[in-house]
Write a protein that binds this ligand. Structure first.
Ligand code: FES
Ligand code: FES
Length: 184
C-alpha cells in the first residue's frame, strides 16, 4: 500500500509502487482532470501540486511521493473560482483544453510563490506544450491571475458549475457499467 493525501483525502493505493502518479490519479482515483500526453515528463499536461511544488505526475512513481499532499485540478478550488481559473476564463485562454489543467496547476503554484511574476518567470514556469497555440494569451492571463490574487483586479464572476467536483470526477461515463439488455 502506498499512502498519500489527495485533494485533502487520505488514499491508500493498492498498486505497484512503480505506478506513475498520473496513472494512479486517473485510473484508481478517477481524477481524470489530470491529463497524460507524452508520459515522459516533457509536455506538462499531467502537472499537479505536490507539497506546494508543480510536478509532472507522469514522471514520479507513487512510491517516490509517499506521504505527500497532492492537489489536482479537481481539488484546486471548490467552485472552480481560483484566480488562475478566473483569469483563464476571462482571457478565453482555452482552445481544445487538453493542456489547461496542467497549466492551471503550474500557474497556481507560481502566483503563490511570486506575487508579481514577470514574463520571463511565467515562461520559465509554464514551458508546457500546447498544440493549439494559446501561448500568446497565456502570459497575460497569468499576470492577470496574479493581480486577482493580490486583490489589484477583479473579473466578473462566472456562473458556479453547481456540481461538486468530487461527484463530477466520479461521473465518468466510460467507467460506468453498461446496463444489461433484457433477454428476449
Ligand atoms: S504527460 Fe506528463 S509531462 Fe507529458
Ligand atoms: S488548448 Fe489545446 S493543447 Fe493546449
Amino acid at each position: 500500500m502506498t499512502r498519500l493525501t489527495v485533494n485533502n483525502a487520505p488514499i491508500q493505493y493498492a498498486l505497484s509502487p512503480d505506478t506513475p502518479l498520473a496513472v494512479a490519479l486517473r485510473d484508481a482515483s478517477n481524477l481524470t482532470g489530470t491529463k497524460i500526453a507524452c508520459s515522459n515528463g516533457e509536455c506538462g499536461a499531467c502537472t499537479v501540486d505536490i507539497d506546494g511544488r508543480a510536478v509532472r505526475s507522469c514522471a514520479v512513481t507513487i512510491a517516490s511521493v509517499e506521504g505527500s499532499f497532492v492537489t489536482t485540478i479537481e481539488g484546486l478550488a471548490r467552485d472552480r473560482d481560483h484566480p488562475v481559473q478566473q483569469a483563464f476564463l476571462a482571457a478565453n485562454v482555452s482552445q481544445c483544453g487538453y493542456c489547461i489543467p496542467g497549466l492551471v496547476m503550474a500557474a497556481a503554484v507560481l502566483i503563490r510563490e511570486v506575487r508579481d511574476p514577470d514574463e520571463a518567470a511565467i515562461r520559465r514556469a509554464m514551458s508546457h506544450h500546447c498544440r493549439c497555440g494559446i501561448q500568446p494569451r497565456l502570459v497575460e492571463a497569468v499576470r492577470r491571475a496574479a493581480a486577482i490574487e493580490r486583490g489589484d483586479e477583479t473579473v466578473s464572476p462566472v456562473a458556479s458549475p453547481d456540481i461538486d467536483a468530487r461527484d463530477a470526477a466520479k461521473a465518468v461515463p466510460a467507467l460506468t457499467a453498461p446496463k444489461r439488455r433484457p433477454q428476449s
